[in-house]
Design a protein around this ligand. Structure first.
Ligand code: UDP
Length: 323
């Protein structure tokens, strides 16, 4: 097993995106050598940290030749990740997520790349039967996005068993916050915190609360918000702990839920803006409560969220939104 201090030569797919760019920055700070591959379909060239090498292109296509240079591992972030879009355009998600990942796995196998850290999602679980959600919970995704990520998880398990790949899937809950110049800026923004902050910056008149009749204390949906830097740091630990022939799955969240109203209140407190909010219809496919148990990551990776405070998460996102 490598220790965390060993310098590794890594490929980060999707390193021009929100989570991929923060993770690249943290990998570089830890002394690793990083090549980012991103087709810039949703990412931004200026989000790629300066010390990373950058190759513009499709992850699977680039990997088939790039990996021949000899890499220690791949962190695979590149994906389509909008639930609503995945229901309208399943083909784009099955091809863009599953097929690309299979081709990447084959390229890794052909070139003997030993390690993979994969961005999975809480959406693989679907409507939870128990809260908080542990990795042993049934995986029954309710949308195409979650189904494609689950299919990739299954593929990774079989490649690990059959070909000795050392693999870790990290199932993200609600990632938020920013890391200096690296933050969330999607052309089509669907995530709650950046949307609420757009009201505070004057880019949006009001926020819509998607449903206030959920079986939760204030009637609005509850989610587990995790700081993107805590999330990124779990990737470094996953890389250090990945074992040949094994595929391990870890949930990443803080284990505490906040309602939509609580998030809006935190944004009001941080920004000093009144942030008008109106109640709208529920969004299709939204479960009432999604909260992670990340006990496995804490016990096996030694991971511990250091930035769990919601106000702090929002404050970092707010600094980024004002740039
Ligand atoms: N949400 C909302 N208004 C918005 C965006 C999101 O009320 O403009 C709600 C959404 O229904 C969910 C929560 O905020 O209950 C978090 O949504 P987000 O899209 O950020 O993450 P998700 O949990 O869907 O991955």
């Amino acid at each position: 097993m490598d220790n965390e201090g060993t310098r590794q030569k890594l490929v980060v797919t999707g390193g021009a995106g929100y989570i991929g760019s923060v993770c690249t920055a943290r990998l570089l700070e830890a002394g690793h050598e990083v090549t980012v591959v991103d087709d810039l379909s949703t990412g931004h060239r200026d989000a790629v940290p300066d010390d990373a090498r950058f190759i513009e292109g499709d992850a699977a296509e680039v990997a088939s030749t790039l990996l021949a240079d000899g890499f220690d591992g791949v962190l695979h972030f590149a994906a389509k990740s909008l639930v609503g879009e995945s229901m309208q355009d399943p083909s784009g998600y099955w091809h863009g997520n599953v097929l690309t990942s299979l081709r990447l796995l084959d390229a890794m196998r052909a070139n003997g790349t030993p390690k993979l850290v994969f961005s999975s999602t809480a959406a693989t679980y679907g409507e939870p039967k128990e809260t908080p959600i542990a990795e042993s919970a049934p995986a029954e995704p309710t949308n195409t996005y979650g189904a494609t990520k689950l299919a990739i998880d299954h593929a990774i398990t079989s490649y690990a068993r059959a070909h000795g790949l050392a693999a870790v899937s990290l199932r993200y809950f609600n990632v938020a916050g920013a890391y200096g110049r690296y933050g969330e800026r999607h052309t089509t923004e669907t995530h709650l915190i950046p949307i609420v902050l757009q009201v505070a910056t004057g880019d949006r008149a009001q926020v819509q609360i998607y449903g206030d009749d959920y079986p939760t204390p204030d009637g609005t949906a509850v989610r587990d918000y995790i700081h993107v830097v805590d999330l990124a740091d779990a990737h470094l630990l996953a890389l250090a702990n990945a074992a040949a022939g094994e595929h391990t799955i870890y949930n990443l969240g803080n284990g505490t839920g906040f309602s939509v109203r609580q998030v809006i209140d935190a944004c009001r407190e941080v920004t000093g803006h009144e942030i008008p909010a109106v109640v709208a219809q529920r969004r299709a496919g939204d479960p009432a409560v999604l909260v992670a148990s990340s006990e496995r990551a804490q016990a096996e990776l030694g991971w511990k969220p250091e930035r769990a405070d919601l106000t702090g998460i929002v404050a970092d996102a707010w600094k980024f939104a004002q740039r």
